[in-house]
Ligand binder design. Structure first.
Ligand code: PLP
Length: 400
């Protein structure tokens, strides 16, 4: 069996929408020309690429020349952060970011710190995962080159006060980047309303295929290209354009944006039923992240005395696909930096579970989880030496 009957891992990836696939197919077939070629077959593809850029810009409230195509969200984040910092290398070398960023941001900042001698401030968050905009203001120095704070968190679903942070960045004339990979289809994306200078999105999170992303770059924001070569994307990101996937991303973004108002209402109701159901049926279950500033699709919990991976495997056997921790990076061992930043201990954070909803989910899927999950947690706890049945966390548990 390759397809779970209840897929609840939309924050990790989504299935390609058949309408997106249909839009892409000609570009795997007869429209295979290289958009840089001068003859007609190339020019036709170039036109389609320009049109995709225009449609994406329209959804973001941007200009087409501010849209750059990449291979994924990770690349967009890398291109924004490294590019902006390199562009100011003689004058400024300080970055402000948060302790809850995706590795695409945090590891890029860490490399700039370790290899390029930059100084990085990793701002703490509160118990809900929220960055305090005033703390951003206080961290600014005359050497601050970039502020990078994510729009919505992939592990705990918290939506950050991007607009307030952007205002502070603008007052100090510091470029502001946001990793908006979890946002399309769920949150407003207008770059002027948000006030961002750089914004990363990734196709596979909103029903386009894997392997294509976008970086929005506000006119006037200086970037040194991090990928050099044939001069594509106006010299900002070399490499022959992935035409079919770009066209798919444009279609998927339009579809996600037009469905957004109704979909957010529908998903919020499903999400709240799932959260209430889990909290009511599983003793000591903890909801992580914010109760109010939360993605409509996102639920995340901690169950003391169990390991998230064990829960995920048992759910899989019951036909439910879920994840523990972020699960969009592979081979990551050790405590989740995000849950640690929210103040959860390592033993407790081992029992994390994320259930993220999407387009094809129905109330029956929520019922499916509520039928299967409570006995799974109970059976794992019954076997666990680290679960105190009086409801307290067995803090004497080894830190694995
Ligand atoms: N940023 C966030 C918040 C994410 O959730 C992810 C993927 O899970 C990424 C960046 C990386 O995106 P991609 O998988 O397209 O490289």
């Amino acid at each position: 069996m390759s397809k779970p009957s209840t897929y609840l891992d939309h924050s990790a990836t989504t299935a390609t929408d058949p309408r997106v696939l249909e839009a892409m197919l000609p570009y795997f077939g007869e429209r295979y020309g290289n958009p840089s070629s001068l003859y007609q077959a190339g020019a036709t593809v170039r036109q389609a690429l320009d049109e995709a850029r225009r449609r994406i810009a329209e959804v973001l409230g941007a200009r087409p020349k501010e849209i750059f195509f990449t291979s994924c969200g990770t690349e967009s984040d890398n291109m924004a952060i490294r590019g902006a910092v390199w562009a100011q290398r003689d004058a400024r070398n300080h970055i402000i970011t948060s302790q809850v960023e995706h590795h695409a941001v945090s590891h890029t900042c860490k490399q700039l710190e370790e290899v390029f001698g930059c100084e990085v401030t990793y701002l703490p968050v509160d118990r809900e995962g929220l960055v305090d905009p005033d703390a951003v203001g206080r961290a600014i120095t005359e050497r601050t080159a970039l502020i990078s704070i994510m729009y919505a968190n992939n592990e705990v679903g918290t939506v950050e006060p991007i607009n307030k942070i952007a205002k502070i960045a603008r007052q100090h004339q510091i470029p502001f980047h946001t990793d908006a990979v979890q946002a399309p289809g769920l949150l407003p994306l207008n770059v002027d309303t948000l006030g961002v200078d750089l914004m990363a999105i990734s196709g596979h999170k909103f029903y386009a295929p894997k392997g294509v992303g976008v970086l929005y770059v506000r006119t006037g924001t200086k970037l040194v290209p991090t990928q050099t070569g044939g001069g594509q994307e106006r010299g900002m990101r070399a490499g022959t354009e992935n035409t079919a996937l770009i066209i798919g991303l444009a279609r998927a973004l339009e579809l996600a944006e037009s469905a957004r108002p109704a979909e957010v209402l529908r998903l919020t109701a499903l999400r709240d039923d799932l959260i209430q159901g889990v909290l009511n049926s599983i003793p000591d279950a903890v909801l992580t992240g914010s109760t109010t500033e939360r993605l409509a699709s996102h639920t995340s919990f901690l169950f003391n005395g169990v390991e998230g991976e064990g829960v995920v495997l048992k759910l899989d056997m019951a036909g439910i696909a879920a994840s523990s921790g972020s699960a969009c990076s592979s081979g990551d061992e050790g405590p989740s930096p995000v849950l640690a930043a929210l103040g959860y201990t390592y033993p407790l954070s081992r029992g994390s579970l994320r259930l993220s909803l999407g387009r094809e989910n129905t109330p029956e899927d929520v019922e499916h989880v509520l039928r299967e999950l409570p006995p799974i947690i109970a059976s794992l706890r019954a076997l666990s030496p680290y679960y105190n049945s009086d409801g307290t966390v067995a803090l004497s548990a080894p830190a694995w």
